[in-house]
Ligand binder design. Structure first.
Ligand SMILES: *Cc1c(COP(=O)(O)O)cnc(C)c1O
Length: 238
């Protein structure tokens, strides 16, 4: 099946209100052009240099009448972000889904202060059994949100998580169940601890879970955004 057909089929399957981030990492700009032609607008990348190259290449292209060819692509960043790479990423993305350390959070806030920009972020939650997956614990996330005033240039938009890499459906369900429960408790915390109109935690409503192999399960656990690469673009060549 081709890229456009897969995107159309996915969008029919996703409940209303659930957004699709097409994970274009390791795929050429042509794959993005094709997906754009099927009305896909959110694209997610995981490497700063690659994101920057694609933003630049596609940003320069014009329609025959001179208007920008891709004026409304929404770029998301989903990879590990080193603080010395912020300038390749933050000016161009509408959401950083993968904030996984206090060091990075502080650097994003400082960059925002220097550049007069508020950055939308998701906190990456460690839900998988593997040691290797990055992210905060539930307690760390609670602490960050209770201290959200410390990050005036960051807007906390929700949580991102990756389930354990396994065929065992029970494990995946348990991972998604835990992040869902945390998300609900935080949305509650946000409302009760910062009831004032104007609390920036009112933006805390995104639960980004679900990839090619497990997005259907993630939808059962209240995903508001799925991040799908392989199913749309085929296998990646690393
Ligand atoms: C690569 C990646 C995806 C997409 O995974 P697929 O299995 O190709 O759908 C989703 N989320 C994150 C954080 C990723 O790094």
């Amino acid at each position: 099946m081709d890229i456009g057909d897969t995107i159309r089929r996915l969008k029919e399957e996703l409940p209303s209100g659930v957004r699709l981030a097409a994970v274009s990492k390791f795929h050429p700009a042509d794959a993005i052009r094709e997906a754009y032609g099927a009305d896909q607008r959110i694209f997610a990348e995981s490497r700063p240099q690659e994101l920057y190259a694609k933003v630049t290449e596609l940003g320069q292209e014009r329609n025959p009448d001179g208007t920008p060819a891709y004026p409304d692509i929404e770029w998301h960043f989903i990879g590990h972000l080193q603080t010395n790479k912020l300038k390749l990423v933050l000016p161009y993305v509408s959401l950083v889904q993968s904030v996984d350390s206090l060091h990075l959070l502080q650097a994003i806030d400082r960059w925002g202060s220097d550049n007069d920009r508020i950055t939308n972020v998701l906190l990456e939650c460690h839900i998988a059994a593997e040691q290797t997956k990055q992210g905060f614990s539930a307690d760390e996330i609670r602490d960050i949100l209770l201290g959200e005033q410390s990050y005036p240039n960051v807007r906390f938009c929700g949580l991102m998580g990756m389930a354990t890499f396994t065929d065992d459906e029970t494990v995946i369900r348990s991972d998604f169940g835990r992040i869902r429960k945390l998300f609900d408790s935080l949305a509650g915390t946000a409302v009760s601890a910062f009831p004032a109109e104007g609390s920036r935690l009112k933006y805390f409503r995104e639960l980004s879970i679900g990839m090619s192999e497990d997005y259907r399960t993630a939808l059962e656990y209240g995903s508001t955004m799925v991040r799908i690469g392989t199913m749309i673009f085929g296998p990646r060549e690393y």
